[in-house]
Write a protein that binds this ligand. Structure first.
Ligand code: ATP
Ligand code: MG
Length: 383
C-alpha cells in the first residue's frame, strides 16, 4: 500500500488531437519544475500520472499553481485484490466522517473479473454492513470513493481542484504592461493561464515615483512567477517622456498621449525580444482613459495585437481574482504610480485620433522611445 498523488489534467488538453503529446510534455515539464526542491518521483500507469513524494502537502501546494492541472487526487495504491479494495474503501469512508457516500468505479483494467457496476454495488454493500450509521446517496454524497482499477487499484476520495487552463509556454508570448495596481497583475495571470508566456514592462518615473513603487511592481512580477516559473521585467525610464509631454502638449491630452507612448515603447520592446503581443489591465469604462475612444487612440500605436483580458470584467470580479491569486495585498500598498502624478484635472474622455496625432507631432517620438529603451533596466525573475 502506498500513498500517492494522482494528477488529472484539463479536458481541453484532450481535445488537442495530434498535438496532445506536445501539450502533455510541456505540462509534465512544468510540473517537474514547479516541484523543484521537493523530493518526488513521477510514475505513469496506463496513461495516468502519479507522484510519489515524502512531502505530499508541499507537493500539493505546488501543483495547485500549475496551469493545466485540473484535479489533484490523494490516492492509495493497492493490489487489484477484491478484499483489499473493499477494506480500503471502508477506511476511506470512515476517515471522511461523512454521513452519506457512494462508490464510483472506473475499470480501465478490462481483465478485472467484475464489471464496474458490480464493483460499486458490492463494495458499497460492504461499507454499509460495516458502518451502520451511514447511507448511500447517489446524487449528492458527502463522500465519493473512486476506485480506479488499473494494473494496480487506486482508491481515493480527496480531490483538490487545480487551476485548469493551458500548460504555460504553449501559446506564444505577451508583454504585460505591469503597473502597481490591482488590474494588470490579474490580466497577466489570465494570459498565463491560457498558456501564454508573460514578460513584463513597467514605466518608472523617478523621482516622481519612488524605489518603493518599483519594488512593489517587482514583487507583483514575483508573485506571478509562482504560477509561471520565471519572467523578465523591463523597467523603462519614463520621466523624460512625461516631462516632454507636459511641456509641449495640452493638459487635457496628457494622459492619452502618455498611454500612446506606453503602447509604442511596449511594442518596440516586444519586437526587439520576439514577443508576439502586448497586454494591459484595462477594463472598459473603469477610468477616464479607458473609454472606447481612448482605447482606439492608444491602439493606434500598436504594431501587434494588444490584448486586454479584463476588458469586459467588473472591478469587483477583478478584485476577487486578485485576492485569489495573491496579488491584492501588494497591489493596494499606497505607493504612487506615474499615472497618478500627472493626472490632468479634466482628461479627454473622447479623444479623436487625428487630433491627438497632431498634438503629439510636436514631440520627437522616435528619439524619445530610443532613449527610453536604451536606458531601460532588465530584471530577470526566477531564472
Ligand atoms: P492597474 O490597476 O493595472 O494599475 P488602472 O486601473 O490603474 O490599472 P490605468 O492607470 O489607466 O488603470 O492603467 C491602465 C493599464 O495601463 C494598466 O492596467 C497597465 O496595464 C498599464 N499601465 C499603467 N501604468 C503603467 C506603468 N507605470 N507601467 C506599466 N504599465 C502601466
Ligand atoms: Mg494603475
Amino acid at each position: 500500500m502506498k500513498r500517492l498523488i494522482m494528477i488529472k489534467y484539463a479536458s481541453e488538453i484532450f481535445l488537442k488531437g495530434l498535438n496532445k503529446s506536445k501539450f502533455e510534455k510541456k505540462l509534465r515539464d512544468n510540473i517537474k519544475r514547479a516541484l523543484r526542491g521537493v523530493e518526488f518521483t513521477f510514475v505513469e500507469d496506463s496513461g495516468r500520472w502519479f507522484l510519489e513524494s515524502n512531502d505530499i502537502d508541499e507537493a500539493v501546494e505546488r501543483l495547485k499553481k500549475v496551469f493545466g492541472v485540473s484535479e489533484i487526487c490523494l490516492v492509495t495504491q493497492i493490489k487489484s485484490d477484491y478484499e483489499e479494495i473493499k477494506k480500503q474503501s471502508l477506511l476511506e469512508v470512515k476517515e471522511s466522517g461523512a454521513a452519506t457516500f457512494k462508490i464510483e468505479t472506473n475499470r480501465a483494467n478490462k481483465s478485472f473479473p467484475k464489471n464496474s457496476m458490480e464493483v460499486s454495488r458490492e463494495v458499497g454493500a460492504y461499507v454499509l454492513e460495516n458502518l451502520p450509521d451511514i447511507s448511500v446517496d447517489i446524487h449528492k454524497p458527502q463522500c465519493t470513493v473512486h476506485l480506479d482499477l488499473r494494473n494496480d487499484t487506486y482508491v481515493y476520495s480527496k480531490v483538490i481542484k487545480g487551476l485548469n487552463g493551458m500548460p504555460y509556454g504553449t501559446n506564444g508570448k505577451t508583454l504585460l504592461m505591469l503597473s502597481g495596481g490591482i488590474d494588470s497583475p490579474v490580466a497577466g495571470y489570465m494570459m498565463a493561464r491560457r498558456g501564454v508566456e508573460v514578460e513584463c514592462v513597467y514605466f518608472h518615473s523617478p523621482p516622481y515615483t519612488s524605489e518603493r513603487a518599483k519594488d512593489k511592481v517587482k514583487k507583483l512580477a514575483e508573485i506571478l512567477t509562482e504560477y509561471t516559473g520565471r519572467t523578465t521585467l523591463y523597467v523603462v525610464p519614463f520621466t523624460d517622456i512625461q516631462m516632454q509631454i507636459i511641456e509641449k502638449c495640452r493638459e487635457d491630452e496628457l494622459t492619452i498621449i502618455m498611454r500612446r507612448f506606453m503602447m509604442s515603447v511596449s511594442c518596440r520592446i516586444a519586437k526587439d525580444n520576439e514577443i508576439h503581443s502586448v497586454a494591459t489591465g484595462e477594463s472598459i469604462g473603469q477610468v477616464a482613459s479607458q473609454t472606447m475612444q481612448g482605447l482606439v487612440v492608444s491602439d493606434d500605436c500598436a504594431d501587434r495585437p494588444a490584448f486586454r483580458p479584463l476588458i469586459a470584467m467588473d472591478k469587483i470580479d477583478i478584485m476577487d481574482i486578485s485576492r485569489k491569486i495573491g496579488t491584492y495585498d501588494t497591489s493596494i500598498l499606497p505607493y504612487e504610480d506615474c499615472c497618478t502624478i500627472f493626472v490632468p484635472k479634466h482628461p479627454k474622455t473622447k479623444p479623436v485620433l487625428e487630433v491627438i496625432r497632431k498634438s503629439e507631432s510636436v514631440l520627437d517620438k522616435e528619439k524619445l522611445i530610443d532613449e527610453a529603451v536604451k536606458n531601460m533596466e532588465i530584471i530577470r525573475i526566477g531564472h
